[in-house]
Design a protein around this ligand. Structure first.
Ligand code: UGA
Length: 431
């Protein structure tokens, strides 16, 4: 099938490359000329395991190409996925201006039947609105359908998630649109749920809100565990083995970050308000997350009282492992708070340091080449992101290099007994 994917960011590029790999002819479009130039030279503008190779192979096989012209993508394709950004406005609602621009361009350039699919995360009823935008510019009066096909990819495992999804959700207005999308996804052999457009739009927000709620719930229970002297890891296991609850997303830690959960939660709260419902539960999910992020700062203050002049080492900056994404990462709140307390900060992350440097312009941080450099002369080390390499550090060496012996394990990656035997003072979440 001939496909255009408009927006070559994280979602768009992964979607485009994967559809190409399934044998379709895909044009990825982006208005960022520099990005398109890089992509044409096989350079991926962000870190995602396996994506560089997937792009390279499919470009070589002539199934994947790039352009900065929406008109080219529209004219050449039957199915057009919209994967442009929907950043938050000040009140938390999604800014749809990029989608509006794309809708206008699609309407202007439409040259035959097109199925236009929302891939970006959008508020319920965006489908209806998008149809009107396109119709307004559709001077040639071409037939088209709008559909919603929310994405559930996770950064770091996006290709695997695309190729092996738990489900595919297709929100459509008619059978023709449903059949096109079903045949497009048929090679994946995954359960397909066909709904109306509005339900598909809500499925996306409700999924992310539910997962955020699970994380905040377990973090709140972790705080209870700490107060009661119980172990959150065992409690999470005991809860999760109930199939109705499930074990996934019950890792207590420093809360969720990234550009999806925090932004989508705010957007869902704003959508609910617009529709006349005060979604108080989700507001509390957000409050718990905000509190949880500063766990390491609270613990360090309990230990040292005053953090002024203390050397604090940060291991992990990205909002989660296997990504260089720093957007709304808990490390930002933690480092800003430590900086405010007057601490000296050293940090290391395997992938996210370049992005971190752009964010912490006003905070003095010593960026290190590895964990051992961070440990040198540190009073305390904080595990902020659970990269695999942090799980296998030579902790004897770390202890030798440190000035004091405090480890704040914000992601519960170490065994308390082993760590304490080595002579560390160890604080973990809910254990
Ligand atoms: C999330 C969803 O998982 C995807 O299904 C969705 O497509 C995507 O948002 C999106 O809307 O674009 P992502 O943000 O890449 O994916 O990351 P997750 O792996 O879901 O993790 C989100 C955050 O939750 C991370 O900060 C992670 O550290 C945190 N988390 C996750 C926990 O604190 N505990 C857990 O048990 C699981």
């Amino acid at each position: 099938m001939k496909i255009a994917v408009i927006g070559s960011g994280y979602v768009g590029l992964v979607t485009g490359a994967c559809f190409a790999d399934l044998g379709n002819e895909v044009i990825c479009v982006d208005n960022d000329l520099d990005k398109i130039k890089k992509l044409k030279n096989n350079k991926i503008p962000f870190y995602e395991p396996g994506l560089d190779n997937l792009v390279k192979v499919n470009v070589r096989e002539k199934r994947l190409s790039f352009t900065s012209e929406i008109s080219e993508g529209v004219k050449e394709s039957e199915v057009i996925f919209i994967a442009v950004g929907t950043p938050p406005r000040e009140d938390g609602s999604a800014d749809l201006s990029a989608i509006e621009r794309v809708g206008k361009e699609i309407g202007t350039n439409i040259n035959g039947y097109k199925l236009i699919v929302e891939k970006s995360t959008v508020p319920v009823r965006t489908g209806e609105w998008l149809r009107n935008v396109i119709e307004k510019y559709n001077v040639n009066n071409c037939e088209f359908d709008v559909a919603s096909n929310p994405e559930f990819l996770r950064e770091g495992t996006a290709i695997q998630d695309f190729m092996n999804p738990d489900r595919i959700v297709i929100g459509v207005e008619n059978e023709k649109a449903a059949q096109i999308l079903i045949s497009l996804y048929q090679p994946l052999n995954a359960p397909i749920l066909v709904t109306d457009i509005k339900s598909a739009e809500i499925i996306k927000h409700a999924s992310n809100a539910f997962l955020s709620m699970k994380i905040s719930f377990i973090n709140a229970v972790a705080n209870i565990c700490e107060l009661a002297g119980a172990d959150i890891k065992k409690v999470a296991k005991g809860i999760g083995l109930d199939k109705r609850i499930g074990e996934a997303f019950l890792n207590a830690g420093l809360g969720y970050g990234g550009f999806c959960f925090p932004k989508d939660l705010d957007a869902f709260i704003a959508i609910s308000k617009d529709l006349g419902y005060d979604f108080k539960l989700l507001k509390e999910v957000r409050n718990i997350n905000d509190y949880q992020k500063l766990f390491p700062v609270r613990k360090l203050k309990e230990i040292y009282g005053n953090l002024s002049g203390k050397n604090i080492g940060i291991l992990g900056l990205a909002f989660k492992p296997n990504t260089d994404d720093m957007r709304l990462a808990p490390s930002i709140d933690i480092i800003n708070a430590l900086h405010k307390e007057g601490a000296n900060i050293k940090a290391y992350d395997p992938e996210a340091m370049e992005n971190a440097k752009k964010i912490f312009k006003d905070v003095s941080i010593t960026y290190c080449d590895n964990s051992y450099e961070v440990a040198k002369d540190s009073d305390a080390i904080v595990i902020v992101t659970e990269w695999n390499e942090f799980k296998y550090l030579d902790l004897f060496k770390i202890k030798d290099l440190m000035k004091d012996n405090v480890i704040i394990d914000g992601r519960n990656i170490y065994d308390r007994k082993k760590i304490e035997k080595l002579g560390f003072k160890y604080k973990a979440v809910g254990r």
